[in-house]
Design a binder for this molecule. Structure first.
Ligand code: 6XA
Ligand code: ZN
Length: 345
């Protein structure tokens, strides 16, 4: 299995994350990709290749032009306003302020274009986000050209990013961008299975009214876990998209036995959809020692996860999302990929 990787992820190196009432060193750090890359090499998963450049229009097919313009200018606007630290939103349009206007001031724009407050924009963030999207697009191209599987080592991650909002460490929705490219290239139907601990609110929202993309997620119950306001089991899609969205929230302490039952349920539904390609939003923050999550998967369980996914016999594009127990993130990620590779026909 080929891996697509760009060292430009290092340009995303914020110093601050708002957590527990403090500014802490962000969980989503460059080290994460380093651990994964080194496990890919030591476990000899396959070649590691650089991404190509892709037309901006492929990203514009998912994200609003105004949002992309905001990302292009946010850091400059922030520093020109005289700020010393990193750009963290601190005001949002709330239920009691239903304005449709987009503010001119950077503080207002940060609120308008974000859905959460932990993620700061730092110098280089936008460049890294684009490189991450190019990693996903290049891995999608491998599938288009006939590879049975590919791994996009994306960083920053993407599944929380909606068409016009960043948050949850995400800026551009890499999985959505890759799926849209494959549809553009001739695929009729794509299934996205999101196995990250967190619900992929951005991906769900982007495809919620569509029947060419089936989004399915297994995640911590949003009553108890980020992103709190989306990811419930009664969200099934609207319009053409009815029955093309499946949420399987699980409770605190879920073991692999319980998680795997949800996986089998998800895979049965995906088989009924008969997709041309399976996209896996691959977060390994379901790990028992993950610092920000509450499932109980062990390292060996990730191998079984990959094997079970391989039993679908579908071209499969893995896109990296979350996972923060940094020392184990490499092993756990590569366990999924090797489990898949060793089982795939
Ligand atoms: C912020 C939690 C952000 C979750 C990021 C993540 N308190 N998403 O791993 O998959
Ligand atoms: Zn996550």
């Amino acid at each position: 299995m080929k891996t697509v990787y760009s060292p430009k992820h290092n340009l995303r190196n914020p110093k601050t994350e708002l957590a527990g009432g403090q500014l802490v060193t962000p969980f989503e750090s460059p080290k994460r990709a380093d651990y994964i890359l080194s496990a890919i090499k030591s476990e000899q998963l396959g070649p590691v290749i650089a991404p190509a450049q892709w037309p901006r229009s492929l990203v514009e097919s998912i994200h609003d032009i105004g949002y992309l313009r905001f990302l292009d200018t946010a850091w400059q606007q922030w520093t020109e306003a005289g700020n010393e630290g990193e750009a963290i939103p601190n005001i949002w349009q709330s239920r009691s302020m239903p304005s449709q206007r987009i503010p001119n001031h950077i503080d207002g724009q940060l609120g308008y274009y974000s859905l959460a407050g932990e993620t700061s924009i730092s110098k280089g963030t936008t460049e890294a986000a684009w490189a991450s999207a190019f990693v996903a697009l290049s891995a999608a191209e491998l599938i288009h050209r006939g590879e049975n599987s590919a791994f996009a080592l994306c960083r920053p991650p993407g599944h929380h990013a909606s068409k016009n909002q960043f948050g949850g460490y995400c800026f551009l929705n890499n999985a959505a961008i890759a799926a849209q490219k494959m549809l553009h290239d001739g695929a009729q139907k794509i299934a996205i299975l999101d196995v990250d601990f967190h619900h992929g609110n951005g991906t769900q929202d982007i495809f919620y009214q569509r029947n060419d993309v089936f989004y399915c997620s297994i995640h911590g119950d949003p009553m108890e876990a980020f992103p709190y306001f989306l990811g419930f089991s009664d969200e099934i899609g609207t319009g053409l998209g009815v029955d093309h969205n499946l949420n399987l929230p699980l409770q605190r302490g879920a073991t692999f036995h319980i998680w795997h039952q949800a996986l089998n349920h998800a895979l049965r539904k995906i088989l009924q959809f008969t997709p041309d390609v399976l996209v896996i939003s691959l977060g390994v923050d379901t790990f028992e020692n993950d610092p920000i999550s509450f499932f109980k998967l062990k390292s060996k369980d990730f191998t079984q996860m990959g094997k079970t996914i391989a039993s679908m016999n579908l071209p499969t594009l893995f896109i990296m999302e979350g996972g923060y127990a940094v020392e184990e993130i490499g092993t756990n990620t590569v366990n999924v990929l090797k489990g898949f590779k060793n089982e795939a026909a």
